[in-house]
Design a protein around this ligand. Sequence first.
Ligand SMILES: Nc1ncnc2c1ncn2[C@@H]1O[C@H](COP(=O)(O)OP(=O)(O)OP(=O)(O)O)[C@@H](O)[C@H]1O
Length: 635
Amino acid sequence: MNPSIQPYGPSFSEKPLEQLNRIAKKPPIDIEFSDLMYSIADSNVKGGWRQLLKSVNGIFKSGELTAIMGPSGAGKSTLLNILAGYVTAGVKGSIKINGKPRDMKLFTKLSSYIMQEDLVQPRLSVRESMMVAANLKLSSTIGNKEKVDVVDEVIRLLGLEKCYDTKTEYLSGGQRRRLTVALELVNNPPIIFLDEPTTGLDNVSIKQCIELLKKISRLDRTVICTIHQPPASLFQNFDQVYVMANGYCVFNGSPSKLVPFMSSANCICPATSTPADYIIELVQSNPENIQVLQNHSQNGKQNLRQKLELRQNQTELFEIGEIYQDTTQTGISFQDVDYPTSFWTQFIILLSRMGKQTRRNKTMLYIQFFHHLMSGLLIGGIFFGTGNEASQIYSVFKYCISINVFFMYTHVMSPVLLFPLEVKLLRREYFNRWFSLKPYFLAVTIINIPILLMGGIFFAIISFFLSGQPLEFERLFWFSLVGLNVGLASQGLGYTIGATFDILNGSVVAPHILALVLALGVYGMGYKDGIESFMKVIISFSYMRFGLVGTAGSLFNNRSNIPCEGTYCHYRNSEVLMADMGMGGTKPSYQFAYIMIFTVIFRVLAYLALKYRMTSELRNKLVYYATKIVKQKET
Ligand SMILES: Nc1ncnc2c1ncn2[C@@H]1O[C@H](COP(=O)(O)OP(=O)(O)OP(=O)(O)O)[C@@H](O)[C@H]1O
């Protein structure tokens, strides 16, 4: 063992993950692929399809660290995504697990995919992040003490003891990378995929990272990572290297076999170059070299191993389905269980994590507080004392518009700007089957309600009193309730946009939609009943219209004549104004109910948008088949 990894705690040979293995002993798994092809639609290419993988072959074995190497754009991430099951549509060829065709549903329960971006949940310590992972990824039948032991063990294995209580945002690049690995190790997956685990790390961290992966692979794990160009000193650390170029495999075998392989293909590695650098130089300098080498390696079929070890006892290689029937501790067949924990356990864990993160985001809480306070003072000040004066009755109407605009913009924009980041984080956890989307989305919905309610009521009360509205509880009640519901509907709309678009596109789309909602909301004011029927239908798509009618109704309905300072005020009877505005004869409670329909619809749409974004298989399939249909029509 390399002495440099000693600070990472006891070596695996001394203490081979006892806790983890006790909880989830999982047998070795080999992954084999043959004639693997993958194409994407590309109008710049003849035939309209660009082949990213060109009939590649290979077998990646358990107990080994495999590196998929190659120049930029070679197809490394594409191959990894396909093997991990992140991309499935449009893939041709065979992928076998322990000699049997891959069953995706079971395979995703056995594998972990660590993506290139080290996205970890903010405002949680390493310990807390690990405990959330353990609580979600380990069965509820396992006690808390055992979960803590597992977490401690994995933390020690990855050398993160020193930063146990450090918040994730303060971790160094290397520590964060190790934490992303640690989070996925908690449930002891037999196959681990890592996309570019060394990118952005300094040389020492790269060394530690590769040694760590090797150490994990020795625990009968199949560890497969992509790497652009490994440092020469670490090249020999891999058990198997799979070199790719332009969608082909140009070498498959042990690192020590690379030089003889190139020599046998008449490509003599100069003494001044390292083999890994040289093969990449070769394939980059001349496309003909790619053909020569891929023919020579039979596109990956030829596996040049130092010692091609076949397991002595082939019965070790279980069929995936059998594995979990043998190892489940509960007696429940693994195939029948989608997630290790129940819906409500997932919901409670996620809600508590979100609650902690919200409470710790003090800056955001202060901003929210001051935003509501200042907006209440500003809007209340602008319409100061106009509420009980008939000559100012139009100002009260404008006040209602301002209130609705406030609730709309405040609650749409936050999710539009924040949720896309959350979606990126969510993708890692969801793809690795920590939880299902329903409890997650329910937790997201619930967690924001207290702040929305408290802030909204605070704002409504300040502006209500300052603008001199009638001091009647029922009016304040309906006024606030309708406003809050506009806020809730807007939040749902914000989540729909945030789940569908990235921040840039979302921040363009959201104001456009809000402008439309606003324009329709105030359309036809003063037309009395003169609004055309078709426009009545169209404006009913604006929930702000219902918000405006509801808030105005709560202030103007059933009101005795409003005092008039001057000699004549046309609208001393506020219900006449409501009728002239084309908004009369309705109750705020009805408007509340209409807005509620939007609130529910937007939440459902947000959930579906999220599901679409998360379910890569569904997304890939839809895009793939849509493109195929378009291409078929074109030809
Ligand atoms: N969805 C996609 N649409 C269009 N082109 C794609 C898509 N996915 C991959 N490609 C292209 O396929 C090729 C292989 O991409 P891939 O990400 O697998 O390369 P890579 O070897 O991992 O490169 P790098 O080391 O730079 O990450 C690239 O030319 C890339 O532009």
